[in-house]
Design a protein around this ligand. Structure first.
Ligand code: HEC
Length: 131
């Protein structure tokens, strides 16, 4: 291939990647609407009288299946758009949560401590939860 062709091809691929991620972002924003609320209700706050999954996880009492669901949920959180606060901060917090939950799945000496720190309700709500 001639040099020019390679340059053109590279440009084309870059454009494809750029437009692809744009579409993905729009989709994520659409799906976002209530994704965070739904997640909070399902995993961070349980119906009265039962322990939410996050509490069980913090106590090292979550089942394999519960941890799997928690990890899947945090993955969605990572790509969701927070209703408040900046995206970089959200990404940092949710990525940390995801990594901590994955750590629980693997099991490790400091996995519980890391998860407890990452799942800090107030630290996140004060920045990202609308009043
Ligand atoms: C990484 C950030 C983050 C962490 C950690 C977090 N939350 Fe949230 N939470 C949010 C955001 C953002 C909202 C607001 C969602 C909205 O209004 O769209 C929210 C909303 C909620 C709601 C309201 C749901 C509704 O129906 O409106 C509850 C309840 C809740 N969180 C419980 C908790 C509890 C309990 C914890 C700690 C165990 C926790 N959250 C940890 C980000 C977080």
């Amino acid at each position: 291939m001639k040099r020019q062709h390679i340059a053109r091809f590279t440009g084309f691929v870059a454009a494809l990647i750029a437009s692809g991620s744009l579409v993905w972002q729009v989709n994520a924003a659409d799906a976002n609407e209530d994704a965070i609320k739904e997640f909070m209700k399902a995993y961070h706050k349980a119906p009265k009288g039962t322990d939410p999954t996050c509490k069980k996880a913090s106590n090292g009492e979550a089942s394999k299946d519960e941890l799997k669901k928690l990890v899947a949920g945090y993955k969605i959180m990572c790509s969701a758009k927070p209703p408040k606060g900046d995206a970089a901060s959200w990404k940092e917090k949710t990525t940390k949560l995801l990594a901590a939950a994955q750590g629980l799945e693997k099991g490790g000496a400091d996995a519980l401590a890391k998860y407890k720190e990452a799942v800090n309700c107030k630290a996140c709500h004060s920045v990202h939860k609308p009043d």
